[in-house]
Every structure is written in C-alpha cells, then in structure tokens.
Write a new protein. Structure first.
Length: 244
C-alpha cells in the first residue's frame, strides 16, 4: 500500500539501504595491449557503460563516484551523458596508487550514505543478484564481498619449485563490489595509507583492523578485464547471455 500511495502521489520510495558506489577506473591498462580497457567496446557500448549501467539499476545505490585518470575525466563525463547514467555525481582524478584513488573517491561520497560499495570499473558483467546479496550482507555485518570457489589446484612455490599444495576447499577468488560501512572503510583506507601498507583489494584494509569480511555468492561471469583474452571472454559471455 505504501508503494502504491507513493506512486499515486508522484513520490519515489526511499531505498531501504543507502549505499554509495565508488568506481576506480584510473588504471594504466598496461596489460591491455596499449588500449584503455574501460573504453573498449563490449557489445553495443563501452566497458565502463556496462559497469555503470549495472550500478545505476541497483535500487540500493544512491550515487556513484568515478575515479579516473585526468585525461579520461571529460570522456567519462560524456559517456555518462550518452548512456543515461544519472547516478554519477562526480568524476574525479585518481591518486598514485589504487588505495589512494579509492580513498579519493570515498572522500567525495555525500553524507548520509550508510554503506560504500567499491567496484572495479573493468568488471562490466556484474549481476543484480550479486549486487543485492553483497549490499544486503554488508548492511547486516559491516563488511562483505562476493567470492567464487577457486577451480584450479593452487600450489605455493619458491624459486620455481613447488613447496606446498593448498587446500582448494578453503580458497576463494574475491570479486567486487566490496561493500563496507562508510566510516569503517574511510578509517581503514586512511590507516593503510598512513602505514604504507600495500593492498591488492579493499578488504585487505579492513582485515588489517582485525575485522572479518563476510563472503557472499559471487559469479564466475563477474570477471575483471585485465588482458585481451579477458575482453574476448567477456564478449563471448555477453553473446551467450543474449542467446539464452
């Protein structure tokens, strides 16, 4: 009844969870054969348009801040206009490291966001199911990330020689978005930078504080485009989805 009344009165319902999204897209694309991976065509639109479009459609996400190289700020602004990405409030320059870039973005999020989701600009195939699950879980426990079980056997090696075979049942590949209580991720990233910590993802900043990160069901299709082979696989997955 409340939803019906809101529609009749012309009001939009407020999302039950208020989550801002920060999209790091400031990488150098060094492994993408000299091409900017976020602007590569994927189907009928650029990679970043797919990424931002998925976040745009998520009802929990109230705003999007994109962090980009300075030379891409204007093109990304135009991309948002071309593809109707209305939740992007700012496109800002990145920092010297990914962690600094993410903190730049987190610092620009408006007051009032309960959660901040950090999602790679080069993960264009993230589904609404993955977004819903991880945002809902983070709202419950403060920190969550989607993950998929590792398929291959993983071995620890030194000097080209296998030292140990790891238990695959305990290994997961972590994806994005990684979602955190807003004050928690601000504090964690600031502390990591102050202490010179080298991080490969944002969960690592929170883990350094001794706080656990809950895992939700990821999706093998939610791959990150790093190499030309990744781009070819994403194109194939997109075509496969269209044919289903």
């Amino acid at each position: 009844m409340a939803g019906l009344l809101s529609r009749l009165l012309g009001r939009r319902e407020e999302p039950s969870i208020r989550c801002a999204a920060v999209v790091p897209a400031a990488g150098s694309s060094t492994r993408m054969a000299g091409r900017d991976k976020i602007l590569l065509p994927l189907g009928d639109r650029p990679v970043l348009a797919h990424t931002l479009g998925a976040l745009e459609r998520c009802p929990h996400i109230t705003e999007i801040v994109v962090v980009a190289r300075r030379d891409l700020i204007v093109p990304i602004g135009q991309l948002c206009r071309d593809w109707g990405i209305g939740k992007v409030t700012k496109v800002i320059p990145g920092g010297e490291t990914r962690t600094r870039s993410v903190l730049n973005g987190v610092s620009e999020v408006r007051e009032g966001a309960e959660l901040i989701a950090i999602h790679d600009g080069a993960r264009p195939l993230v589904s609404q199911k993955v977004l819903e699950a991880v945002i809902t879980r983070a709202a419950q426990c403060g920190a969550a990330a989607p993950a998929v079980p590792v398929k291959d056997t993983v071995k620890r090696a030194r000097d080209g020689v296998v030292r140990e075979t790891l238990d695959r049942s305990e290994l997961f590949a972590i994806q994005t978005p990684q979602v955190f209580q807003a004050d928690l991720i601000r504090t964690a990233l600031t502390k990591a930078i102050q202490e010179g910590a080298e991080l490969t993802d944002d969960c690592g900043a929170v883990e350094r504080l001794g706080i656990g990160v809950a895992l939700t069901q990821g999706d093998y299709r939610n791959l990150k485009l790093t190499t030309p082979e990744d781009a070819a696989m994403a194109e194939a997955l997109l075509n496969w989805e269209d044919e289903r």
